[in-house]
Write a protein that binds this ligand. Structure first.
Ligand SMILES: [Zn+2]
Length: 167
């Protein structure tokens, strides 16, 4: 499967499936809140707790690219409650463990994009990216031709990560 991607490295952002992107969210317009309101399987939610959830990135930079976000709509990392920040870090740890278990990658990126100039595509709802990296994955095709070959479809990545999730 050959897909064209805008080069943004690990800053690649969630855009969302057409169905979920068009679902109503009520008082505000937010992809992450739509994901929470959607059917968890359709939204490709991997794990969900009271304060945080993990979900596949519909436009992955690499296979296995997922995101962890608070269940509460909050833009600012510094305004997360301690319980929310703790839940996000715990899920991020689980994500790293699952990525290692499912993919045995050469490396992993974990990061937060704060504000559009930093690469945030959904700046209104803070989220952590976690994705596996491979030796040579920033190759000529990626950086110059802006074309990537993704070896796995999203539901397959979702199943692999769920199977490898530590709890
Ligand atoms: Zn939101």
């Amino acid at each position: 499967m050959t897909l064209e991607r805008l080069w943004a490295g690990w800053r690649a952002e969630y855009v969302g499936s057409a169905a979920i992107a068009q679902a109503p969210t009520g008082s505000h317009d937010c992809l992450f809140c739509r994901l929470l309101a959607a059917d968890p399987d359709e939204a490709l939610v991997i794990a969900r707790g009271e304060h945080a959830f993990a979900v596949m990135n519909a436009y992955p930079y690499t296979s296995g690219h997922l995101m962890v976000a608070p269940t509460r709509h909050e833009a600012d990392l510094e305004h997360l409650e301690p319980a929310e920040a703790s839940a996000i870090m715990t899920l991020t740890q689980h994500a790293v463990a699952a990525l290692k278990g499912a993919y045995s990658p050469d490396g992993i990126n974990v990061g937060v994009n704060i504000g559009r100039p930093a690469g945030a595509g959904v700046p209104g709802h803070v989220h952590v990216h976690a994705l596996p990296r491979w030796n040579g994955d920033t190759n000529f095709m990626t950086t110059v031709a802006e074309t990537r070959v993704l070896p796995e479809d999203l539901p397959s990545s979702w199943k692999r990560l769920r199977a490898a999730w530590p709890v």
